[in-house]
Design a protein around this ligand. Sequence first.
Ligand SMILES: NC(=O)c1ccc[n+]([C@@H]2O[C@H](COP(=O)([O-])OP(=O)(O)OC[C@H]3O[C@@H](n4cnc5c(N)ncnc54)[C@H](OP(=O)(O)O)[C@@H]3O)[C@@H](O)[C@H]2O)c1
Length: 303
Amino acid sequence: MDGGTTTVSVIGLGNMGSALADAPIAKGFDVTVWNRTPAKAERFAKAGQAVARTPAAAAAASDVVVVCLFDHAANRDVVLTDGVAGAMRGKPLVQMSHVGTEGLAELEAWAGRHGIPVLKGLIFVYPDDIRRGEGTVVYGGPRVLFDSLRPLLDAMGGRPVHAGEALGAGATLGAAYCCFLYPALLGFLHGAAMCHRSGIAIEDFTKDVIMPFPRGRSFAGMLEGLMRASASRRYTGDLQATLDAWYHDLELALDGVTATGVSTALMAAVRDRFNVARARGFGGQDVAAIFETLVEGANPGAD
Ligand SMILES: NC(=O)c1ccc[n+]([C@@H]2O[C@H](COP(=O)([O-])OP(=O)(O)OC[C@H]3O[C@@H](n4cnc5c(N)ncnc54)[C@H](OP(=O)(O)O)[C@@H]3O)[C@@H](O)[C@H]2O)c1
């Protein structure tokens, strides 16, 4: 283990919680576990890890407490109690459960009342990615706490990212990531459905067309271009293709989608957004100018 916190308690040994315990154990941390259903703690006991009898005992046992329970209700029952607060005596808590906005506010109030420093983690990956040390986890909370817990955070996934000082910053970054991920997933399935209906092997579509794209330089270059343009809010320099040119290809793609008979809803929604940008006079600028139609918030009449 590479210094810093040596003892960690993990409360919650579901699919993700057990990975969050396995990963630091593999890195040499001394881990105490607790789970409502004791059977899930048995393999940890057999491997020589301590098993606490109560959440408060788990909180008392270590330098830092990691929590991964199903939802806010479980956290309210198990963690946000006077017993756990008393046992923690101001030690840091790393909350990995999804608890929503209300849960976050309650956690913040409870921690504030009891002087408990908190980091709120949001996990982007599956438990096995955490075990392999390949997971991205974003955290909201004090940077100074993030830095002081860094060896443990490195051990729990391998790529911790500090999103901001606000406890909810990780959740915001997570939701932003989902804005990218979910349409990408749906877009892939759309394309696969088109191939299926047209007698094209989904394997060929995936391996020959889709997968080389994120692996190649053009995808990274495109993302960097979008990043530069939206961060600076400048859409006229170094133009590779205008928004109107993208729109032209979008219309042709929509024709192709219609011809195969699959749903056009996804691409029609994309076209609607392009049309908002064109109506605002961005047709001759970079496609990133669509950012301007999103950043100002809900856009009645144009949405
Ligand atoms: N799995 C993933 O891929 C993944 C990825 C990112 C984030 N997450 C987040 O990680 C959190 C846990 O997910 P999971 O996949 O590990 O779920 P899970 O396998 O269903 O485990 C849920 C855990 O919560 C405990 N629990 C539920 N209700 C409880 C209650 N009322 N009192 C005490 N303990 C209670 C369960 O205890 P018992 O064993 O006694 O039922 C178990 O330890 C969720 O907030 C989820 O959003 C999961």
